[in-house]
Design a protein around this ligand. Sequence first.
Ligand code: SF4
Length: 182
Amino acid sequence: MDKIKFATVWLAGCSGCHMSFLDLDEFLFDIAEAVDMVYSPVASDIKDYPDNVDVCLVEGAIANEENLKLLLEVRRKTKFLISFGDCAVTANVPAMRNMLNGSDPVLKRCYLELSDHGGQIPKDPEIVPPLLEKVQPIHHVVEVDLFLPGCPPSAQRIKNAIAPLLKGEKPIMEGRDMIKFG
Ligand code: SF4
């Protein structure tokens, strides 16, 4: 049987959800047996998101143009996309800047007003992706197949969600243990 092509993606998040994924400990060996990890910030140095990915965990909100471009590519190339953690599901912490009415006030506050001297706003789209005006959860932009909330989701919750997928079954996301935020 072909192995499941598995990926994880890191958008605008603190990487805490990926750290929780690494807390799976010995279950990581079961995952390694069952999948080909084809793209992930924690497992390899593959630069391009491949075609025909079976399952992808997407951590983080959409906060900049790079996030948006990658998410659209991920959706196009992925069969089962999981919104992974509260930043992906609700936009959570990255969306706190939405209260400031756009990206300009945030950039001015960070890089000019709080600068000791000679502050300047970084502007190089090749190096610093431009911020979007509003931070959004990923399901506002693409279709999501499963929501896996938590900040971060506990390792047990991640295991409960992934284990059925490895057997070709859809996980049951019910009850406090599986769908509580925070
Ligand atoms: S949901 Fe929490 S742990 Fe995960 S990326 Fe966001 S802030 Fe970090």
